[in-house]
Every structure is written in structure tokens, then in C-alpha cells.
Design a protein around this ligand. Structure first.
Ligand code: SAM
Length: 403
């Protein structure tokens, strides 16, 4: 009787579990939906070098549309690639633009790297072309540089503007920033020769990220229309009302200069533009009240959460799922040749020949490159909306449009 009961029990268990096993098989079938490639069409300037997730992408070089195919990806998920393009629109500027492309298995998406995004400024590097001393002097005069001024030169080259500001005009401080260490060395040497090292400072910084810019009362620059335009919202936000901005040759997009003057040196014409940061200067600040000294115990312990971990790629959007495998994202057919491309410095050969050659073309219409103005940007009034007409013989760095 007991044997019979056990046998019946076993049969009952098997009958109950059977549907579950069957269900498991079906689940596995569902998981195996076929993976598919994603296609990404990348629009770039013809001469751009391209990197996808840090690896140089050499296919279809010199084409303005390059097609990238991913390895098979899981359908229904979105993946992103970091795409970087670097090109020289002329022999004076080097642009580096980075964007994120979202792709999906079996689908084609397009990333247009030829378009400016004012929310994501480009890295722009300008090669060194010095401003002639007579033009430097005129820039100081237009900026009314005097003993109470702190002068910042953005992209200081050999430091001549900074040194002139303190040595000839008696400015109380001069700061120059540049990315090129050789230029910074030259700047320091020139400050030594002029015996003004105690009043100047030269820093290796990008003009878009200058520390303590708020202290400047005069900003000078000789960059490019593109880079100066990118700087406009930064200068308007960070400089005090009444601060002067003096630029050799280049303009700041829709912010028209209040004054433009031309200096002729050795028969060459040089344009200088002046802007004043709008707004009412704050009344002199009262001395800051002394706060009671904080006791040791008063110090708040650092919150652990304050330090956010650095985001790792690929980043999931809320509804994004993670790609299962890093390798899934490598291009299927050809692997990019260089894994870690060494970024070339822009050539500096022409430093001593900064002027436009007869057959050099002017840079592209700057309106083409104008970033769309941000809502929050202040637009100072301008009486004269007309573009200053450049004289034919104005000395310019050679701006050779390649395209
Ligand atoms: C045209 S030169 C002007 C030099 C100097 N201000 C003058 O007028 O004689 C531009 C300088 O800016 C530097 N530069 C270019 N792009 C820069 C950037 N993004 N950040 C900092 N310096 C930059 C270059 O190294 C170069 O020395």
C-alpha cells in the first residue's frame, strides 16, 4: 500500500512540474532574437580625421559622408558612440568637435559633425601669429589701459600684450594664457627682459576655461572669428560691467564692436575692435564682515555622495539597456588602424609669414560658422550694424580655405 502511495506521489509531482520545464524552453527561444548591425552616417568636412570611441576611423577618408557599421547589436536597445572629428578649415585654425551618436540594431542614423552646437563648444586652436608692436600700443590705447587695470591676454603668444600693459601703460597686473608651452616660455623670458616678472603671470590654459577671469578689467585677444564668437557668452557672463575687450582683427559674432580703428604699419592695415561689457558697475563693495572663526568640530564632514564617480561609457539613458559586451561595438569589417591617435599640433612653419598670400582664400563666410545665439546671451545694443569693411591690404594670418 505504501509503495503504491509513493508511486502515485511521484507521478503527481512530475505532472505538476512538466509545464514549468516547457515554459523555460520557450523563454530561451525568446532571448535568441537575431542581432543586427546598426548603420551610422557621419557628415564631416572633407579633410576631417575621424575617431569613433577613441579609435581612428580610416574608411572613406576624404569623403564628406562616411558610413560606419557596428557589429551585430541586440535589437530594441540603443547604443552610443563618441565620435570626434578634427580638421583645419584654413591654415590658421584647427577645430576639434566631439558628439555622441545613438544607434539601434537594424537602423540607420545620421550624425552631422559639420554643424555648430552652441551648447557644446568646439576645441579651437589658433596658430601663433604675433601682433606688431604698433598695433599692440594702439590696442592698449583703445582699451584705455592704466594703473588700475588688470589685463588678460587670451592666447598670449610671446606675451607682448601683457608685458606692454604693465611696462608701458603701468597696469597693476597682466595675465597671459596660452596652450603652447614654448609660447609661455617666451612670454616669461620677455617679462624678465622687461623687468616686470613681479606684475605678470603666464598660465597654460585654454581660452575657454580661464581661471579668475572675473578680475580682468581689460581683455585683449587675437584669435579667430570662430573662437572669439565662442568666447562671447563667457566674457559677457564673467567680466564685470564696464570691462573693455579689445580684439585685433576678429569679431564676436552678433555682438558688434562699439569702435573699430585701423592702424597702418609698413603699408599694411590692421583692424582693432573695442567692446565694453554692458551693465551698471557695482558700487564699491563694503569691507566684508569678519565671520567668527569656525571651530574644528563645526566643520561639516564631507558627504561621500558629493564625489560622483566618473561616468563610464556607454552611458545608459533611463530607458536604455546596457550593451552586453564591449566588443559588440567594434566595427565589423575593418578595425581602425591607430588605437591611440597622436594628435598633431598645428604647423607653426608660417609663424614668420603670417600674412595672406596672393592666392590664399579668405576663410569661409563667418556667418556660416556663427553659433546660434543662446537665449540667455546679452545682446548689447549697437548703433552701427554694418560690418566694418576690411581694407584689401590689411595684414592677416594666411587663411587658406581648403574646401
Ligand atoms: C594669433 S596668436 C596671438 C598672440 C598674441 N596674443 C599676439 O597678439 O601677439 C594666438 C595665440 O593663441 C594661442 N592659442 C590658440 N588657441 C588657443 C586656445 N584654445 N587656448 C589658449 N591659447 C590658444 C596660440 O598658441 C597663439 O600663441
Amino acid at each position: 500500500m505504501t509503495k503504491f502511495r509513493n508511486a502515485m506521489g511521484a507521478l503527481l509531482c512530475a505532472a505538476l512540474l512538466a509545464p514549468l520545464w516547457g515554459g523555460e524552453d520557450k523563454k530561451d527561444e525568446k532571448k535568441e532574437a537575431p542581432k543586427k548591425e546598426a548603420t551610422l552616417i557621419i557628415k564631416v568636412p572633407e579633410d576631417a580625421t575621424l575617431w569613433i570611441d577613441g579609435e581612428e576611423y580610416t574608411d572613406q577618408k576624404e569623403k564628406t559622408e562616411r558610413t560606419f557599421r557596428s557589429t551585430p547589436l541586440e535589437p530594441g536597445k540603443r547604443y552610443f558612440y563618441t565620435v570626434k572629428a578634427k580638421w583645419m578649415p584654413n591654415n590658421y585654425e584647427t577645430y576639434t568637435r566631439v558628439r555622441r551618436a545613438i544607434v539601434e540594431a537594424g537602423k540607420t542614423s545620421t550624425l552631422d559633425l559639420t554643424k555648430i552646437d552652441p551648447k557644446v563648444p568646439d576645441d579651437i586652436f589658433i596658430r601663433f601669429v604675433p601682433t606688431p608692436q604698433e598695433v599692440v600700443d594702439k590696442m592698449m590705447e583703445m582699451g584705455k589701459v592704466g594703473k588700475d587695470d588688470i589685463v588678460y591676454d587670451l592666447g598670449c603668444g610671446d606675451g607682448r600684450l601683457v608685458v606692454t600693459a604693465v611696462s608701458k601703460r603701468g597696469a597693476k597686473k597682466g595675465v597671459g594664457v596660452d596652450l603652447d608651452p614654448d609660447r609661455l616660455k617666451e612670454s616669461n623670458d620677455n617679462a624678465k627682459a622687461a623687468k616686470v616678472t613681479d606684475k605678470v603671470e603666464f598660465r597654460k590654459q585654454d581660452v575657454m576655461k580661464v581661471a579668475k577671469l572675473e578680475e580682468a578689467t581689460v581683455v585683449t585677444m587675437y584669435l579667430s572669428d570662430g573662437l572669439s564668437d565662442q568666447l562671447r557668452p563667457i566674457l559677457l557672463k564673467r567680466l564685470k560691467p564696464g570691462s573693455r575687450i579689445v580684439s585685433h582683427r576678429f569679431l564676436m559674432g552678433s555682438w558688434k564692436p562699439e569702435k573699430t580703428e585701423t592702424v597702418t604699419v609698413d603699408g599694411e592695415a590692421y583692424k582693432i575692435h573695442l567692446w565694453t561689457v554692458p551693465g551698471t558697475p557695482k558700487k564699491e563693495e563694503k569691507p566684508v564682515e569678519k565671520k567668527p572663526v569656525e571651530k574644528k568640530d563645526d566643520k561639516k564632514p564631507e558627504k561621500k555622495d558629493d564625489k560622483k564617480p566618473v561616468e563610464k561609457k556607454p552611458v545608459e539613458k533611463k530607458d536604455d539597456k546596457k550593451p552586453e559586451n564591449k566588443d559588440d561595438k567594434k566595427p565589423v569589417e575593418k578595425k581602425p588602424v591607430e588605437k591611440k591617435p597622436v594628435e598633431k599640433k598645428p604647423e607653426n612653419k608660417d609663424v614668420k609669414k603670417p600674412f595672406e598670400k596672393k592666392d590664399d582664400k579668405k576663410p569661409e563666410n563667418k556667418d556660416d560658422k556663427k553659433p546660434v545665439e543662446k537665449k540667455g546671451d546679452k545682446k548689447p545694443e549697437n548703433k552701427d550694424d554694418k560690418k566694418p569693411v576690411e581694407k584689401k591690404d590689411e595684414k592677416k594670418p594666411a587663411l587658406m580655405v581648403r574646401r
